[in-house]
Design a binder for this molecule. Structure first.
Ligand code: ZN
Length: 677
């Protein structure tokens, strides 16, 4: 139900281009850091950099440090929310892991390695259920080995816990959608205890806040049925609050952060959040959310608390999450430059003048650098945030929407060398362009698409977005993509300092055509059509262009070499002309609401899959062993104190491994009891 957040853009990243008029490209110290940290099952662990952290003021660094501490102290809460046994499973496995890893004779043992993989997966999922697929995963080591190893190392183990880990019929689904079972009773997640769906819904109905500025009843509480009575246990630091042991530490660190607040607005945000964590009062939460939306000047910002409601089968209670970040000034400046010039782009686009906006305002995107990830943002994380979730706050007070540049950068850099470009790109020429400009140009593409593309053009009187029905979002995404593709090759972008030279766009052209015509199909199952609207948009663009090239001197073409299909681009400026032509067509379809023509475009270019080509692409992809899901390790922050105990500097390190990090967090930030009722 509720919404927001988490924009997953597909790939890409941020090596930002210099500010206005200056073509300096910020380069990444790619050799200093190991971006690929670990790999197991369908998961890869990456490392992200925090560029510019060193250049923050001491006050900002101290603020980041204490907010980071507040972020780490909530980790246990999410484990318990995901399933009531998660903390016990994690702690038992960690105790065994630490005991065994001190024994050289054991660590190369096959059973030990299988057990280690299981524990790594528990850390990744914040529990025993797959973070995405939601079903329980089982250890591959044998139950007998596990029981014996625990016994030999004096680690307490109950039969109940063994069943939770090894029996596939126990708690099989985090959220169970079986029509013949009760949604709440059959789900392993821990937002309700002993209630049926009907009982919980009735309770919410009865306690609903119908005022103009309603409290989000249930956001920070668990409903428990005891002796026929339903009680609400509120998550708060005071009194008998559920999760109080963790929230007290969160509050303590927010209070320290308060001493380093950058602005009065930010001070108010922190004060309200501290008060909310203490009391659990939802009116205070609203005040906090409004203060947070209004704090636009502070460079450092954060999310900390019960936020996204995807984990609750009823979509009401927030999973605990945290992220500390600060504004990426260079990238944010780039989006400001684009939107300041929005009218120029509109006036010069290849669309028919009657479909252009007379007054065009671009959108400014805030780009941020993540400094720490916690709770539901760790290790797997969104690369965009759009909060708060309450609609009335969004409407009356606004919202903040950000993209997280250093995480997309990490995805991009980690993908260099995963074998993908080696397999699918035609030659070293295209691969070198990708290395040099790929990260920057994917960012520029996202910026042009979001800041200018969607806001461009106008609908004819009487036409609405609904005219194109099921094809509306495919055509709208194609329009924004084409606007971006057309302009990224324009000398204006060099002039504005957005791109460094007139070659940079080529790598994004190559990527878009290859991806849309071929490589995105590796994410489609053999025998299936293309369904998702962004994928349809990309297929439409690439296949339309390839179908409209010059028959004698094709601007771009698919060629076969050694039995494999490749893309060859012969004339990049010629491809730009084709993008411009298609932009004019798509704009007309959207502006006039021409449903039949939309159907034609989508059916001809965006849906069908050539089964032979598809089989070949999948066969080439499989041996690369690329992990479908990725997560991160955090950097390590080390405060340096002066004689008065005030922070005088904060050092940042990028050398902690995945296992090391989780074991450290479990030692240093794990205040909750095994069982939280
Ligand atoms: Zn879009």
């Amino acid at each position: 139900m509720k919404r927001l957040l988490i924009i997953l853009v597909a790939a890409l990243a941020l090596v930002s281009c210099g500010s206005k008029g200056n073509n300096k490209v910020r380069t990444v110290g790619a050799d200093e850091i190991e971006y690929n940290v670990d790999r197991f099952y369908d998961l890869a662990i990456l490392r992200y950099r925090v560029p510019d952290f060193e250049n923050l003021s001491t006050q900002q660094k101290a603020l980041v440090y204490y907010l980071s501490e507040a972020a780490l102290w909530g980790r246990d809460i999410l484990y318990d929310q995901n399933c009531r046994y998660n903390l016990r499973v994690r702690r038992t496995c960690e105790a065994l892991y630490e005991a065994l890893s001190r024994q050289p004779s054991v660590v190369s043992d096959e059973q030990f390695l299988l057990f280690e993989k299981y524990l790594k997966r528990v850390w990744f999922s914040n529990g025993i259920h797959h973070h995405y697929a939601e079903d329980k995963f089982l250890p591959e080591c044998t139950e007998a080995w596990f029981r014996q190893a625990c016994q030999e190392n004096n680690i307490a183990l109950t039969d109940e816990l063994v069943r939770v880990m090894f029996d596939p019929t126990v708690l099989p689904k985090k959220v169970c959608q079986d029509a013949d079972k009760d949604l709440l009773l059959a789900s392993a997640c821990n937002y309700y205890d002993g209630l049926t769906r009907a009982e919980a819904e009735a309770w919410y109905e009865q306690h609903k806040d119908t005022s103009a500025e309603p409290r989000w009843i249930g956001l920070n509480s668990k409903l428990i049925k005891r002796d026929g009575q339903i009680i609400e246990r509120v998550f708060r630091a005071e009194g008998d609050g559920l999760y109080r042991e963790a929230l007290q530490h969160v509050v303590e660190n927010l209070e320290k952060a308060l001493e380093y607040a950058e602005t009065d607005e930010q001070r108010l945000v922190l004060q309200k959040l501290i008060a909310f964590n203490r009391t659990g009062d939802l009116k205070t939460f609203n005040e906090y959310a409004i203060a947070w939306v209004r704090d636009l000047e502070s460079r450092v910002d954060f999310v900390n608390g019960f936020t996204e409601v995807y984990g609750d089968p009823l979509g009401i209670t927030g999973a605990w999450e945290a992220m500390v970040n600060f504004r990426d000034e260079v990238a944010t400046d780039r989006t400001r430059t684009l939107s300041a010039n929005a009218q120029w782009f509109e006036d010069n686009s290849p669309t028919d003048p009657k479909y252009k906006k007379k007054e065009c305002r671009g959108v400014t995107a805030k780009v941020i650098t993540a400094a720490i990830l916690g709770g539901d943002c760790y290790p797997a994380t969104p690369i965009g945030i759009n909060l708060p979730n309450a609609n009335w706050i969004r409407k009356n007070y606004g919202s903040k929407s950000v993209t997280i540049a250093n995480l997309t950068e990490a995805y991009y850099l980690a993908a260099q060398g995963d074998g993908f470009n080696e397999e699918y790109y035609l030659s070293d020429e295209e691969r070198e362009l990708a290395k040099k400009y790929g990260a920057l140009m994917s960012d520029v593409h996202v910026d042009l698409h979001e800041c200018l593309g969607h806001g461009s053009g106008q609908l004819m009187p009487g036409v609405t977005k609904d005219n194109l029905k099921e094809h509306g979002s495919t055509l709208e995404e194609a329009r924004a993509d084409l606007f971006s593709l057309y302009y990224m090759a324009d000398p204006k972008l060099v002039e504005l300092g957005i791109v460094p030279d007139e070659e940079a766009y080529k790598t994004q052209y190559y990527h878009q055509l290859l991806n849309g015509a071929m490589t995105q199909l590796v994410r489609v199952e053999q025998g299936k059509n293309i369904e998702e609207s962004h994928m349809r948009d990309r297929a439409l663009i690439a296949r339309w262009v390839l179908a409209h090239v010059d028959s004698v001197k094709p601007e771009a073409e698919i060629i076969v070499q050694d039995g494999k299909h490749y893309l060859r681009v012969n004339d990049y400026q010629g491809v730009r002309r084709l993008f411009g032509q298609l932009l004019a067509i798509v704009q007309e379809v959207v502006s006039t609401g021409d449903y039949e023509r939309a159907c034609q475009l989508v059916e001809d270019y965006a849906v069908k899959v050539d089964p032979d080509l598809h089989r070949e692409l999948l066969a080439r992809y499989q041996p690369l062993g690329i992990a479908p899901y990725k997560g991160f390790v955090n950097p390590v922050y080390q405060p340096v104190f002066d004689e008065q105990g005030k922070i005088k500097d904060v050092l940042i390190r990028y050398d902690e491994g995945y296992t090391e990090q989780h074991l450290r967090y479990s030692h240093d930030y794990s205040p909750l009891p095994d069982v939280n009722d």
